[in-house]
Design a binder for this molecule. Structure first.
Ligand SMILES: [Fe+2]
Ligand SMILES: [Fe+2]
Length: 304
């Protein structure tokens, strides 16, 4: 038999194939086209927040108390756009990782077909987030130079469980925030629609990421598991810290140094992050990815 012939389905991957088949069915039943689902035409109503105010990095601080309601709303709109922009940055990283992972794999495998479906979802999401940020009146929020270059290396090199577990971290953190925002009547309606679309489609991505992380770790030695656990925690650190940018305070017309100092010391925000990551940490622990060095990094990022 020619060596280039695709081998018959790998029986050990049967449960993952079955899971991917179910994801494909679910996606065929319920997916969205943001170009038509989101209200892009109604001008921005500045009476609304951009996210639930409790998720603002300044909520609960002294500075927050001093802000007018209009300033708070402008701040949460900029912060919401910044989170969406960080989402785009990471979605581009993950699209490339998944595409690389599926290169020259068996196209008849539902896992292959699901992976490409996920890439198509992310492509629509990034356009949706970009349009959303523009409508919120935001500039191009991007991670700093160092993190951008780190991301460039990561999307080119990360493989296996490190890639899928990092994808999961980014998706889980966003998921918890967006679930709050999509139900919150203080949040501007088009952002609620965007978040609703994202939450529905990402729940499938998270299932796939969990399955793949577990599958790739099957049979992994102690050394590899420890190394990958650390890689995932460091990736998570940069993903989460990039969701907050000093430019947000600048754009909202605040005293940037003061805002940064108060946000850094904001225990309310840190506890929101920690509680939103409880389920994620449970999963990482069950996968053997919560090693001691990794926990130290998660602690620094206030995820644990
Ligand atoms: Fe997405
Ligand atoms: Fe995703």
């Amino acid at each position: 038999m020619a060596s280039s012939t695709v081998q018959p389905a790998d029986q050990t991957r049967q449960p993952e194939r079955e899971a991917a088949r179910r994801l494909l069915e679910s996606s065929a039943k319920l997916s969205y086209d943001p170009a038509t689902e989101v209200d892009w035409d109604t001008p921005l109503d500045e009476d609304f927040h951009g996210m639930s105010p409790e998720w603002s990095t300044l909520y609960g601080t002294r500075y927050w108390q001093e802000l007018t309601e209009a300033q708070r709303k402008e701040l949460t709109r900029q912060e919401s756009a910044c989170v969406a922009s960080t989402g785009i940055w990471f979605e581009m990283i993950l699209q490339q990782m998944v595409l690389r992972d599926m290169y020259a794999k068996d196209p008849t495998d539902p896992r292959f077909q699901w992976a490409l479906t996920e890439i198509a979802d992310e492509c629509r999401h990034s356009i949706m987030f970009g349009r959303g940020a523009a409508k919120l009146g935001a500039p191009a929020y991007r991670p700093g130079r160092f993190v951008r270059e780190l991301g460039r290396a990561f999307k080119t090199l990360a493989v296996g469980e490190a890639a899928y577990a990092s994808i999961l971290v980014a998706e889980e953190v966003l998921d918890v925030m967006q679930r709050d925002w999509m139900r919150d009547e203080r949040v501007v309606p088009f952002v609620r629609t965007i978040n609703n679309i994202h939450v529905v489609e990402e729940s499938r991505h998270m299932k796939f990421a969990r399955e793949e992380t577990r599958a790739r770790l099957r049979g992994a030695g102690r050394l590899r598991r420890r190394a990958q656990a650390l890689v995932v925690s460091i990736a998570s650190y940069f993903i989460v810290t990039s969701m907050v940018s000093r430019e947000v305070y600048e754009k909202a017309g605040l005293d940037v140094e003061r805002a940064l100092a108060e946000a850094k010391a904001n225990e309310h925000y840190k506890s929101m992050m920690r509680s939103s990551c409880a389920g994620l940490m449970e999963f990482l622990a069950s996968a053997g990815l919560l090693t001691r060095p990794a926990v130290a990094v998660y602690r620094r990022a206030h995820l644990i």
